[in-house]
Ligand binder design. Structure first.
Ligand SMILES: C[S@@+](CC[C@H](N)C(=O)[O-])C[C@H]1O[C@@H](n2cnc3c(N)ncnc32)[C@H](O)[C@@H]1O
Length: 293
């Protein structure tokens, strides 16, 4: 299957099995989070698992087999994940026992989880999904080279995810972006561009150590889209013009849009018809800037 410069409708695991091995230079992706959003792509969609271990296993199996296979030996993977609470289908168990849907894309179900299965799986427990996924991938076949902390907001108290809980901080505004490689020796990384980034001239991407301050923006109806200003520096750091950049959880098509803009080949895969349509139109209306970096 030719995935080059395509916005594909389908299940990324099935699509990638048909793509050529070692054909992709760079993967940038944000999988559906554990128990957060309902993308209306079926009850067995990734993220719907009640058991966090099952979610971690499904996601790591996909990355360690399907993503690993299509990545070139010198390829890079940026994986975006965040911590989650063991709660109820996207609902938080608030002090007043009211269960509110946060947005139309959150689950609209009566909570079904038992309050406590064991010490780990109990309400209010912070589940460090990123650590679990990273450790599994490291143990299977990938090399973890960086942990970037993405701060989605500013220090004025806005832009985080507000919460009614009374016994902890009420806003969470950080996520993680992990840089993985297949090989410790073969890789492409534009160190000169990193020096440029650190001068602070790139609006919308401020680096302090390995913390990135980048305000979250929504694209159209997608509640979880990447800001373009987060993706563009990653593309410029870890790919060359004409390289192939893939997002297997394409959503609104931000990664493909940015890759096309920056003169890279792209592929975006999306299982929701609605978001596939939105991303296809977005990428089609994007023009390429011919760049030498
Ligand atoms: C967190 S969003 C990604 C948003 C994206 N980074 C953007 O900028 O718009 C995850 C997306 O993965 C899609 N998805 C979930 N499971 C999928 C699968 N098996 N194959 C392809 N897409 C899938 C969901 O429909 C959702 O749009």
């Amino acid at each position: 299957l030719d995935i080059e410069n395509q916005v594909i409708y389908g299940d990324s695991s099935q699509i990638l099995k048909q793509a050529s091995a070692e054909s992709v230079d760079l993967v940038i992706t944000s999988p559906p989070y554990y128990q957060l959003r309902n993308y209306e792509i079926g009850d067995d969609a990734l993220g719907n698992e009640i058991d966090p271990d099952k979610y971690v296993k499904r996601l790591t199996d996909f990355i360690a087999t399907d993503v690993y296979r299509i990545l070139k030996p010198h390829g890079t993977l940026y994986l975006n994940l965040c911590n989650r609470y063991y709660s109820n289908n996207g609902f938080q168990r608030g002090y007043n026992k009211r269960y509110k849907r946060k947005t139309h894309q959150h689950f609209n179900k009566i909570p079904t989880l038992p309050a406590k299965v064991d010490n780990f799986r109990q309400y209010k427990q912070l589940i460090k999904i990123p650590s679990m996924v990273c450790e599994s991938l490291q143990r299977i076949n990938l090399l973890l080279r960086n942990e970037l902390i993405w701060v989605k907001g500013s220090f004025n108290g806005n832009n985080g995810t507000p919460n009614e809980a009374h016994d902890r901080f009420m806003v969470k505004s950080e996520e993680y972006i992990f840089l993985f490689r297949k090989s410790p020796k073969k890789y492409y990384y534009n160190k000169e561009f990193e020096k440029f980034l650190r001068l602070g001239y790139f609006p919308g991407f401020q680096l302090c150590g390995s913390v990135v301050l980048c305000p979250k923006v929504k694209f159209g109806q997608h509640q979880a889209s990447f800001p373009e200003s987060l993706v563009a520096p990653l593309v410029l750091l870890s790919s060359k013009p004409n390289d192939l950049v893939l997002d297997p959880y394409g959503g609104s098509g931000t990664v493909a849009t940015v890759a096309k803009k920056l003169g890279r080949r792209y592929c975006s895969i999306e299982k929701s018809r609605k978001f596939h349509h939105i991303s296809q139109q977005r990428v089609a209306s994007t023009r390429t800037l011919h760049m030498s970096i």
